[in-house]
Design a binder for this molecule. Structure first.
Ligand SMILES: [Zn+2]
Length: 348
């Protein structure tokens, strides 16, 4: 049996779940040894779809037919098939699982994280998997329905909410920021949980999985070091990070920055003149030079608030789903560079 602590992967956690304890950093489903799914047959899967109400009848029937088709084709030897609901989790699975896993991306190439729901095709692909990787922390509001669908899968399919390993970080407004992947330390914690789950599926590959996990964890540690170094000399009065939506609180918590989310205070249809004026004054008082949109065209409300506060608009890949960023390191370094430039740019 692999001693995971020997891999040097015990987490220096600041989690509310308890600091330092490796087991505490694991997803709940893994800690409890809970097997989420029992098994029966494809017909029961179809019946469970009816319970969801989320998918239309035609979709449900199409799905049932797909299941019936795939049921005869499933072969459980060789690589473990892992379905992923987020590109960063897909990449993590490929790196930690190596040739021992076959990763299926369920998230579409140009999808929007907070609008995506898996359809019949994605569900059919997931049925052939042993593991489904989810972000958790409320990112996938359909997860309960997904579990319901797969409650009849045979053999069992486990849904792993890898974000369970990350600490809870609150936004300044007091809600939970689910974007845990924006801190490399959290990615390391999640990878540890993933590696344990893969090792349960592939016990004979434990050593190889552990070696790949060690390399992944070291890469995440390197990112943490780089970010601390890059941000070390930013003076306290400038350490405010203003974003379109509350998605960088884990990043801010990891690197001693102060997050402000514009959305909510000033989003179109939500903000009132008083709250917009208050936010503008606050950004001016803090000397904010750049505000950040997700990697797409900045919404009008963000452009307006930036103009009023004398700031420019930059971009960050906060949701982590933007195409063209082949690795987590690429994404994180691009974000870090943009944040550092924003602290240094001239005030408009
Ligand atoms: Zn988001």
């Amino acid at each position: 049996m692999t001693n995971w602590n020997d891999a040097g992967l015990s987490v220096s956690s600041r989690s509310k779940r308890g600091s330092g304890a490796v087991l505490q950093a694991l997803p709940t489903s893994i800690r409890s040894g809970r097997r989420i799914f029992s098994c029966t047959c494809p017909v029961e899967i179809g019946e469970n779809i009816d319970k969801i109400g989320r998918y239309g009848y035609a979709q449900a029937m199409r799905f049932i037919m797909l299941i019936a088709l795939f049921a005869a084709q499933i072969a459980w030897g060789g690589a473990v098939r892992v379905a992923s609901l987020h590109p960063l989790l897909s990449e993590m699975a490929r790196r930690v699982g190596g040739e021992d896993v076959e990763v299926v991306d369920l998230f579409p190439p140009h999808g929007e994280l907070h609008r995506f729901e898996p359809g019949a095709q994605e569900l059919a692909a997931a049925v052939r998997s042993r593991l489904i990787l989810a972000c958790g922390k409320g990112v996938e509001p359909y997860l309960g329905a997904l579990r319901e669908v797969f409650s009849a899968a045979n053999p069992p399919v486990r849904v792993l909410e890898l974000g369970d390993a990350a600490p809870e970080v609150m936004t300044p407004e007091g809600s939970l920021d689910p974007h845990w992947w924006n801190a490399p330390e959290n990615m390391k914690r999640a990878a540890f949980g993933l590696a344990l789950a893969l090792s349960e599926e592939l016990p004979e590959q434990q050593e190889a999985i552990r070696a790949r996990l060690t390399a992944y964890a070291q890469a995440m540690d390197e990112l943490t070091r780089e970010a601390r170094l890059a941000l070390a000399h930013v003076p306290e009065e400038r350490r405010t990070l203003v974003t379109e939506h509350a998605a960088m609180c884990h990043f801010c918590a990891a690197f001693r920055l102060h997050p402000i989310a514009v959305q909510g205070a000033a989003a179109e249809g939500e903000g009132d003149m008083a709250s917009v004026a208050q936010l503008t004054r606050e950004l001016r008082r803090r000397g904010v030079r750049r505000v950040y949109a997700e990697l797409r065209e900045a919404p009008r409300f963000l452009q307006n608030i930036a103009a009023a506060a004398g700031a420019e608009v930059g971009e960050l890949s906060m949701d982590g789903v933007a195409p063209g960023q082949p690795t987590y390191e690429t994404l994180f370094r691009n974000n870090l560079r943009a944040v550092c430039e924003g602290f240094l740019c001239e005030k408009k």
